[in-house]
Design a protein around this ligand. Sequence first.
Ligand code: ADP
Length: 541
Amino acid sequence: MPDHEAGRFSFDGYEFPYELVLDNALVGICFVADRRLLWTNARMNEMFGYADGELNGQSVRVIYASQDAFDAVGRNYAAITRDRRYTHNLEMRRRDGETFWCTLSGQRIDPADPTSPTVWVLQDISDRLHAEEQLRRANARLEQMVQARTRSLERSNATLSAEIERRRAAQLALTESREKYRTLFRKLPLGLLVADAQGCAIEVNRVLQRSIAARSRKHAMEMLENDAYVLTDDGTTSFASLLERHVTGDLQGEDRFEFRWLTTAGKVREIAVTAAPLRSHGLGAIFAFTDVTRQRRAAERERQQQEALAHASRLSLMGQMTSALAHELGQPLNACQSYVGGLQLRLQHGSATFADVQIAVDKIAGHLERATEIMRSVRSFVSRKPVPQVETDLGALLRKTLALMEPQLRAAQVRPEVHADADLPLVRCNAVEIQQVLVNLLMNALDAMQDTPVDERRLEIRLERDKHAMLAVVVRDTGSGISPDAAARLFEPYFTTKPTGLGMGLMICRNIVESHGGALRLVPSRCRGASFKFTLRTVER
Ligand code: ADP
């Protein structure tokens, strides 16, 4: 134990003066009485920026940063005893006015005497507080960073969860749609074939297998690759080359083609194929097969019926022209007969010269030629022989038709007026059928003008260019005209206002024109009579 003496204490045989200890202390120490500084140690002077002894005798107020701090300590004086030390952190003031934080710890020297001086220990804690503040700020920053990171992680998590959910849904949808398409592929009542980018069949559905009487998918593919079953018009006998053409070509959208399939039973089926490109997964195209044999046969039957009807109608038209034609034919025949009679007489009398015979024979040949011409045009008009569509000069066809109808026109006392645009293009048509349309329209016009005074009968035929590369034929008459009721029914079968009419003519004409890609209609007109117009596609020269 140290041995205390006045002003010094001894320890372990050494003596230490108190002042030396107090002055070397690393904390500020002072003695205070009546709130005045009695003595301050060197550290305290240094802390507050005072010279040695300068603070002695001064009020402690000078070292407090504020009156409040000074008062707060004053209020606690009564409580300062030996046991209850006053310890607090307070803001203090240096001599130069700068403030700093200190931990103050005070105690009465004699706790029993409330007037006894007090001893104070002051420790500059600014650095500590500063460090603590730095730490607090660093902590706050760290906290902010952690929170920001947490938020960003939460966001990423949410995005990730949404993405996972989206992918899951997409996967599900894909699986469902794959399943749907697989079912469609199997169940669609349509033969389907998928070919790869090289045109090799890689998938064939059941319907197609059944329709080509294949035992299995593999067998179907073998059959499709076998040239013996496929017949094409353009000489492409291999189905593979047919497919290849459609997958490796510049097929952009849908494409259609047809071929004939020779069944194992030796029958021919007409197959229509629609090909659509598949640009994904190395696929080439999907082909939808439809057996159109029945439709084609029905269409062919219908075409034949139309043809028969048209032929019957031509015969009927010809029937209407018969008497005028017979008269027309009678003229050259009568002329021939009189030439032959005259020649016979001269030969009997022996007065016929070689020149007479020659003249008569030439005349007879000319008249016979005219009769033959009439017969030829009648025969071609009523012929049932299928005539192909060829490039035709409609002006020439009209002239030929007017020649055929010449007797009829003469009998009706009508002189047709033909107006044709210059340089008219050709049209592609079946000349017999189009002639039939012309005859029908002209005969109707003549019928309609029966009650028109002769000098008012006008039959006008115009050949003109129409829009969209079409050529138009307009037949206008000054006949009885057509009432609105009749106009609505003109093209119906059996509609006729004539006592001996069949009412099939205009309907057949419309079928003919439409089968040529044109149109036939009644043209509304404010003038007397009726006007019909039909169009045909032109062939540009
Ligand atoms: P049909 O001549 O046997 O009656 P169409 O089909 O050729 O059959 O004509 C149907 C009907 O249309 C005719 O009966 C007639 O009433 C009317 N028609 C056709 N062309 C004319 C026309 N140029 N002027 C007046 N009526 C017409």
